[in-house]
Write a protein that binds this ligand. Structure first.
Ligand code: MEV
Length: 324
């Protein structure tokens, strides 16, 4: 094959972010926003060129030349590492690659754009060189994600690869969750880019400074997750919304919320959201709100937009990684 393509979805975490790093369960879902990666073999043996909407660079193993883009190194280095690894695995050490990335996921706000970019890049390179296996793609993406933040729970890569709504834990892997009723969800974007690694480290410091309090929060988060699973299975969206609000209180206790996120959560609740919380690592980033109906979700999205921030309604994606 001369060219191969793969697309991987963004994600939302409905319950359990941060606590999932320490083995707790989380409930998350892939959403209908994607990153599409095209990989081509190049004649420039040994060189990997990566071009995305936000950054581009050229790598030859020893030098790393950024062509453009703010924060390009942090964005591109894990992708380069993953592409190189895929070449090595397929015994193509001397092969050259051109990788093109197109994204409709707002980046750096907790919607899993970096995991989706890794999953789609690895899958595109593997299909270019042979056959891409989802399980293997997911494992390699988690490995490469450790460059971004070394304590990754793997949740983002799992959901972007396998898709749908899932109950996930580090030790237990994932189980699909079938929601009894359709969920009307809205994302609000604070526009404040965060660094997942820094936020995960700040939570680790808090945990180390106060083990007792942290284990109390862990058990509350586990309890919220279990109740949420029951609410999803029975279609009790009102209870689900309340649990999202409770989850937000725990995130505030972890210190990962943000004034601007708190404002958007407030706007969403006043516009009729059943519940709202940060989704992902926090520190700004994105919030997610649950609505009772399509009309309510439209109203919540408009109310957030009126504050000058980005908002959009989301659907749960069921496909995950798609090849070709
Ligand atoms: C980031 O999307 C979610 C965190 O729980 C980190 C992780 O699971 O690796 C904050």
């Amino acid at each position: 094959v001369a060219k191969a393509r793969a697309a991987a979805p963004a994600k939302i975490i409905l319950f359990g972010e941060h606590f999932v790093v320490y083995g707790n369960p989380a409930i998350l879902a892939s959403i209908n926003r994607r990153i599409t990666v095209t990989a081509k073999k190049s004649r420039d043996g040994g060189k990997v060129k990566i071009k995305s909407d936000i950054a581009s660079g050229e790598f030859d193993g020893s030098t790393f030349r950024l062509i453009e883009g703010a924060n390009a190194r942090a964005t591109l280095e894990p992708l380069y590492y993953a592409a190189r690894q895929a070449l090595d695995d397929k015994k193509q050490q001397k092969g050259g690659l051109e990788i093109e990335i197109k994204s409709d996921i707002p980046y750096g706000v907790g919607l899993g754009s970096s995991a989706a970019a890794l999953v789609a890049t690895i899958a595109a390179v593997e299909s270019l060189l042979g056959r891409a296996d989802k399980k293997k793609v997911c494992e390699s993406a988690i490995e490469a994600e450790k460059i971004i933040h070394k304590n990754s729970s793997g949740a983002d890569c799992f959901v972007s690869t396998f898709g749908g709504m899932m109950h996930y834990s580090k030790g237990g892997g994932f189980k699909k969750v079938e929601a009894k009723t359709k969920l009307f969800l809205v994302i609000g974007d604070t526009g404040i880019k965060h660094n997942t690694g820094d936020l995960v480290s700040s939570v680790r410091k808090l945990k180390e400074a106060n083990q007792m309090a942290f284990s109390g929060l862990m058990s509350q988060s586990r309890d919220i997750c279990n109740q949420a699973l029951a609410a999803l299975n029975s279609g009790n969206t009102e209870h689900l919304g309340m649990l999202m609000n409770e989850n937000q209180l725990l995130l505030e206790r972890l210190g990962v919320s943000h004034e601007k996120a708190d404002d958007l959560i407030d706007v969403a609740r006043r516009a009729g959201a059943l519940g709202a919380k940060i989704t992902g690592a926090g520190g700004g980033g994105a919030i997610i709100a649950l609505a009772a109906s399509k009309e309510d979700s439209e109203r919540i999205a408009s109310a957030i937009k009126e504050t000058g921030q980005g908002a959009f309604e989301v659907e749960i994606d069921t496909k995950g990684l798609v090849l070709g």
